[in-house]
Design a protein around this ligand. Structure first.
Ligand code: ARG
Length: 461
C-alpha cells in the first residue's frame, strides 16, 4: 500500500521495515472503533465549518459503507497497510475521492489511536463484566444450595476448623465483586476523549473537542494535549484488574484441582469439562483449571509488558506505544476465555458432600471447640489449649478421634470434662456455634448471602 507520508521520502521503505512497522495484523480488530471515531471527527469538522458540509456527508456515508463491507466480509483488510487508521483512510479516499483526503484535517494518528484504544477497551470492559456477573450468579446459586455442606477449612493446607462449601464459595464471590468494581473504576477513569490533541500540541483549527467527546459518549475531553496522546495508564489499570481477577481464578482453580484428586474427591467435574490421557485409560484430568492457572502467568506477563513499555518513554507519542495493543488485547482475550469456561464448569460439577463431611470428621478440626468447652467451664484459654493438645496427641497414639475418646480419658486430663463434651465437639455444634458476623454458621452465611446478592443486584452495566 502506498504511504500517505511519502512526500518527504525519495525511496520506498524497505520491505522488512514495512512488515516490522505494520500493526494492522493486531490493530485491525479496532476497525469499528476507528470508523466510529472518524465519523464523530468528520461531524465536528463539518459543524465547525472546517470542511464543507457536503464533504462531511460524503465522509460519513463512505465510512458507514466501509464498516458494512468489513462486517459483511466483502472488504478485506490489506495486510500491507501500516495500520488500521491508514487502511480506513486510504479505502475512504479510494471510494469518495478528494473529500476522503479532508478527513485527517486537525487530527493525527496519535490522538486517533489513543481514542480507538479507549473506545475498544471500554466496550471490552463491559463484555468482561457481563461474563463476571454470570459467574457471580453461578457462585451464589451454588452457595445457596450448600449452606449445610460441612467441609474442613484449611490453613497451611492442614485441616483447621469447620466451614461450609457455601462459606468457601462466598469468599470467591467477594473477591470477584472487588474485581468487578476495579473494572468499573478503570472504565470510569479512562472515559475522557483524547481526540483534538492532534500529534501532541493541539491544532490551529477552530475545533470543538466537547462535541466529539460527547458524540462518543465520553465524560469530557482529556485536559492536556500531551497527556492525551502519551497516556496508556488505562491499559495498565485494565491489565492490573485482569491480572488480579486471573489470580483469583487461579487460586480457585488450584483448589478445584486438589478437590478432584483421589486424595480429596470433594467434587467431580462433568465429563464435558474434563479431559483424558492418551495412554492412561483411568485418567480424568482437570485441564481447564490447569490452563487457567497457566494463563494467569501470561496475563501477569501482559501487565509487565505494559509497565516496562511505558517506564522509559519521554512525552509525547513514541512508537514503543504500538506495543500496548498485543499485550492488552491478549490479557482481555485470555481473561474472557477463562471466565467463559470456568463458569459452566462450576455450574456442572458434582459436589460429594459425604467426602467433604468425612474429611471434616478427621483431622481434629473441632480441637479449638474442645478447648473453648473448657474455657466455658472456667479454665484460662492457654491451659485449655494445652490440655486439648495433649488429648489430640493421645487420640493420634490410640488411632481414634476426639468424638470417640472415652470420657475417663477426658476426665483424667481435666476434671471439668463431662458427658456434654461430646455434644460440644460435634461438627454441627462447632459449625453452627460460629455465629460471628461473616462466620460460617448457616445463619451467618444466609445473612452473608443476602449481602452478596444485594451487591450483585447493584451492578449496573
Ligand atoms: N499504529 C500506531 C500505534 O499503534 C498508530 C500511531 C502511529 N503514530 C505515529 N506517529 N507513527 O501506535
Amino acid at each position: 500500500m502506498a504511504k500517505m507520508w511519502a512526500g518527504r521520502f525519495s525511496k520506498e521503505v524497505d520491505e522488512t521495515v514495512n512488515a516490522f512497522n505494520s500493526s494492522i495484523s493486531f490493530d485491525g480488530r479496532m476497525y469499528a472503533q476507528d470508523i466510529r471515531g472518524s465519523i464523530a471527527h468528520a461531524t465536528m469538522l463539518g459543524d465547525c465549518g472546517i470542511i464543507p458540509a457536503e464533504d462531511k456527508e460524503k465522509i460519513i456515508s463512505g465510512l458507514q459503507g466501509i464498516l458494512a463491507d468489513l462486517e459483511a466480509g466483502t472488504l478485506l483488510m490489506d495486510p500491507t497497510a501500516e495500520d488500521i487508521h491508514m487502511f480506513v483512510e486510504a479505502e475512504l479516499t479510494k471510494r469518495i475521492g478528494d473529500a476522503g483526503k479532508r478527513l485527517h484535517t486537525a487530527r493525527s494518528r496519535n490522538d486517533q489511536v489513543a481514542l480507538d484504544v479507549r473506545l475498544y477497551l471500554r466496550d471490552e470492559i463491559t463484555e468482561i463484566r457481563k461474563l463476571l456477573l454470570s459467574l457471580l450468579k453461578t457462585l451464589t446459586k451454588l452457595a445457596a444450595e450448600h449452606t449445610e455442606t460441612i467441609m474442613p477449612g484449611y490453613t497451611h493446607l492442614q485441616r483447621a476448623q469447620p466451614v461450609t462449601l457455601a462459606h468457601h464459595l462466598l469468599a470467591y464471590v467477594w473477591m470477584l465483586l472487588r474485581d468487578d468494581s476495579r473494572l468499573a473504576d478503570t472504565a470510569k477513569r479512562m472515559n475522557y476523549c483524547p481526540l483534538g490533541a492532534g500529534a501532541l500540541a493541539g491544532t490551529t483549527y477552530p475545533i470543538n473537542r466537547k462535541q466529539t467527546a460527547s458524540l462518543l459518549g465520553f465524560d469530557a475531553p482529556v485536559a492536556n494535549s500531551l497527556d492525551a496522546v502519551s497516556d496508556r495508564d488505562f491499559c495498565v489499570e485494565l491489565a492490573n484488574a485482569l491480572s488480579l481477577l486471573m489470580v483469583h481464578l487461579s487460586r480457585f482453580s488450584e483448589e478445584i484441582i486438589l478437590w478432584c484428586s483421589w486424595e480429596f474427591k470433594f467434587i467431580e467435574l462433568d465429563d464435558a469439562y474434563a479431559t483424558g490421557s492418551s495412554i492412561m485409560p483411568q485418567k480424568k484430568n482437570p485441564d481447564v483449571t490447569e490452563l487457567i492457572r497457566g494463563k494467569t502467568g501470561r496475563v501477569i506477563g501482559d501487565l509487565t509488558t505494559l509497565l516496562s513499555m511505558l517506564k522509559g518513554i519521554p512525552l509525547a507519542y513514541n512508537k514503543d506505544m504500538q506495543e500496548d495493543k498485543e499485550a492488552i488485547f491478549d490479557a482481555i482475550d485470555q481473561a474472557k476465555l477463562c471466565i467463559k469456561t470456568f463458569d459452566p464448569m462450576l455450574a456442572t460439577m458434582r459436589v460429594n458432600k459425604e467426602k467433604m463431611r468425612a474429611a471434616a470428621a478427621q483431622g481434629f478440626i473441632n480441637a479449638t471447640d474442645c478447648a473453648d468447652y473448657l474455657v466455658k467451664k472456667g479454665l484460662p484459654f492457654r491451659d485449655a489449649y494445652k490440655i486439648t493438645g495433649g488429648l489430640v496427641a493421645r487420640c493420634i497414639q490410640d488411632g481414634c478421634t476426639l468424638e470417640t475418646l472415652p470420657l475417663e480419658v477426658y476426665k483424667e486430663a481435666a476434671p471439668q470434662f463431662d458427658e456434654d463434651v461430646y455434644q460440644a465437639i460435634a461438627l454441627e455444634t462447632c459449625l453452627n456455634g460460629r455465629i460471628s458476623e461473616g462466620g460460617p454458621s448457616a445463619q451467618a452465611v444466609k445473612e452473608q448471602l443476602a449481602l452478596a446478592n444485594a451487591a450483585i443486584e447493584e451492578i449496573k452495566l
